[in-house]
Design a protein around this ligand. Structure first.
Ligand code: NAD
Ligand code: SER
Length: 324
């Protein structure tokens, strides 16, 4: 039976990945860890939770010694927009934290999943259908840490034979947990504000193209890659994966089909716009499709329908909306 450790388990991805892994491998076999304590009953009571700071090797060793871990999903990180305001912290967590986890995986012989990002590309990267192997000269601290992480994971695989695997995620859209300070967060906020206020002020320009993915596809990507036959993997870390591609104007138009009086306006945040402008318009994910069968199920239309239905069941509407 597999024993799996998840770092950063209370974040946007971790809070859903832990639930899926527990369904698959058993509640007791998935150890959720973070530097915050869970308020969500599902995460707190269903299986083990440990306070673990990835910057503290003693914390990691303690958890590795208590649980007989076979695989780690390392999600603890600082995202792009927060990383530009706190570059020192972004380097500490995204690089030094990863290094500590790589060392633990090496010492305790664990497989390791580490997500990279579209943020690992930069201005010099081909923007449309960005290839798997291409120029990576990012000009954000987040991007610098993501390229460093990709290289470190490749190094540990080649040098020590560690079973490292990973994808470059686009912006992820989900309804369970709000995103943690990225540039693509608008694509989650827009659904929440559309339901609450029928209005959203977007911090990106209306024609900014970015790749995106709905969380159920992202969770499946992580699990499928970790279960893929290693003999088929030509690449290992940082597979380009994508599911859809749109601008703020296009997602707003899709929401309007469900909420006809929804309005979007734009008040551009130059820091996040500059980050988005440095990222690809769209990714070529053919290597992931060929090497481990990646194939997303949700597009903008099906995701929008599902997001609005799921959010409507969960969010607290303002009083004037409730009385309608
Ligand atoms: P998030 O910000 O929602 O969650 C990160 C979690 O890490 C938080 O719960 C935080 O408390 C925890 N954390 C921070 N510092 C820590 C430390 N020192 N030790 C332990 N835990 C710590 O992030 P996310 O969206 O879940 O992203 C997870 C990973 O996926 C990151 O590597 C991110 O770069 C990558 N990724 C995310 C997206 C996205 O759209 N969400 C897209 C591309 C890549
Ligand atoms: N969603 C992430 C961010 O915007 C992409 O890595 O930071």
């Amino acid at each position: 039976m597999k024993r799996i450790l998840v770092t950063g388990a209370l974040g946007q991805i971790g809070s859903e990945l832990v639930v899926s892994l527990r369904e698959r491998y058993g509640d007791e076999n998935v150890i959720a860890t973070d530097i915050r304590l869970p308020s969500d009953v599902k995460l707190r009571d269903a299986g083990p939770f440990e306070f673990m700071d990835c910057l503290n090797p003693h914390h990691i060793t303690r958890v590795m010694q208590i649980y007989n871990v076979d695989a780690i999903y390392h999600l603890a990180a600082i995202l792009s927009a927060v990383g530009e305001t706190k570059p020192d912290q972004a380097w500490q967590v995204n690089v030094n934290g990863l290094y500590n986890i790589l060392e633990a995986a090496r010492q305790y012989h664990c497989a390791l999943f580490v997500p990279s990002s579209i943020g690992a590309f930069g201005q010099d990267t081909p923007k449309d259908k960005t290839p798997q192997d291409t120029i990576q000269r990012p000009d954000t601290m987040y991007g610098v840490t993501k390229v460093t992480g990709e290289l470190l994971c490749d190094y540990y695989h080649k040098r020590f034979g560690l079973d490292t695997r990973g994808v470059r995620f686009p912006g992820l859209i989900s309804y369970e947990t709000e995103p943690g300070g990225g540039t693509t967060d608008y694509a989650v906020e827009i659904y929440i504000e559309a339901l609450k206020y029928k209005k959203y002020t977007c911090y990106l320009e209306e024609n900014t193209y970015l790749d995106m993915m709905y969380m159920p596809d992202a969770i499946r990507a992580m699990i499928d890659l970790m279960e893929a036959d290693p003999n088929r993997l030509v690449h290992r870390n940082a597979f380009n994966v994508t599911a859809m591609n749109f601008t703020p104007a296009q997602i707003a138009a899709e929401i309007k089909k469900h909420i006809p009086d929804f309005e979007i306006e734009y008040k551009v945040d130059h820091v996040r716009q500059a980050i988005a402008d440095s990222w690809p318009n769209s990714l070529d994910d053919s290597c992931a499709r060929e090497e481990w069968g990646w194939n997303p199920t949700y597009d903008l239309e099906s995701m929008t329908k599902d997001m609005l239905e799921k959010l409507a069941e969960r969010i607290e509407l303002p009083a004037e909306q409730k009385s309608r």
